[in-house]
Ligand binder design. Structure first.
Ligand code: HEC
Length: 214
């Protein structure tokens, strides 16, 4: 294949164009006869000689185009060596603390992610009556039962990471930091349903009771 066929400007100057004009039908016949040749020559960039992942290949000994992962390959963005952050466990026990400080920003992120990933089943208040449950999925425990109010943060992280009974795991969809943000938000939800007046700062109690606290 020569650059001649690929360059439209070169084609316009081609001797064929002259031939077509000058020699009438004979020239046209020659040009038509040569057309399939020029088409055979053409190769678009989107159609390159390449192997697809699951295609067979005679090139490699195992007959597969796809190459096995190099042992020890680490996925992009993976966090290594921080068990608390990535497994929810400290020395093999479910963590009772968060691996980073829970700020208002973390809670806001947790609320957003909870709305995306958890509320379809656990509903926005965490009582376990989400739309998918209303449509027939097994109803999970409310997050407000005593057992789950007393469960360690690491327990919630573990459920999101590894799944629980009928609930599948979310480790491939929610990054560890976001899982913790969700756990923090679940804790906030639990507090919101079990708070007493004493939990409200004195200055704000007036809005609830009409009387300022001491
Ligand atoms: C597709 C529906 C669904 C989604 C989405 C879902 N869950 Fe669940 N979850 C369940 C079901 C069903 C159970 C109960 C499973 C069982 O008992 O077999 C459960 C159980 C749990 C439990 C364990 C409760 C216990 O009794 O110990 C926790 C904690 C929990 N989910 C948290 C979450 C969080 C956090 C999210 C969001 C990241 C989430 N779930 C997303 C359906 C869901």
């Amino acid at each position: 294949m020569s650059a001649f066929f690929r360059n439209p400007r070169a084609a316009r100057r081609s001797p064929w164009a002259v031939g077509l004009g000058g020699k009438g039908l004979g020239g046209l016949a020659t040009a038509l006869a040569l057309l399939p040749l020029s088409a055979g020559c053409r190769q678009d960039m989107h159609d390159q000689p390449k192997l697809q992942p699951y295609e067979a290949s005679a090139f490699f000994e195992d007959g597969r185009a796809v190459r096995p992962r190099v042992p020890g390959t680490v996925r992009r963005g993976a966090v290594i060596g921080d068990d608390h952050l990535t497994t929810g466990r400290v020395d093999g026990e479910l963590a009772t603390t968060f691996p980073f400080e829970v700020t208002a920003g973390v809670l806001a992120r947790g609320q957003e992610q909870f709305g995306v990933y958890c509320s379809p089943c656990h509903d926005h208040a965490g009582t376990g009556q989400g739309m998918i449950v209303q449509r027939g999925l097994k109803q999970p425990s409310s997050f407000h039962v005593e057992r789950l109010r007393e469960a360690a943060p690491g327990y919630f992280f573990d459920v999101i990471t590894n799944g629980f009974g009928a609930m599948y795991d979310y480790s491939d969809r929610i990054a560890p930091e976001d899982r913790w943000a969700i756990v923090a938000y679940v804790r906030a939800l639990q507090l919101s349903q079990n708070a007493t007046l004493e939990d409200v700062p004195a200055a704000q109690r007036v809005a609830l009771t009409g009387e300022a606290g001491q």
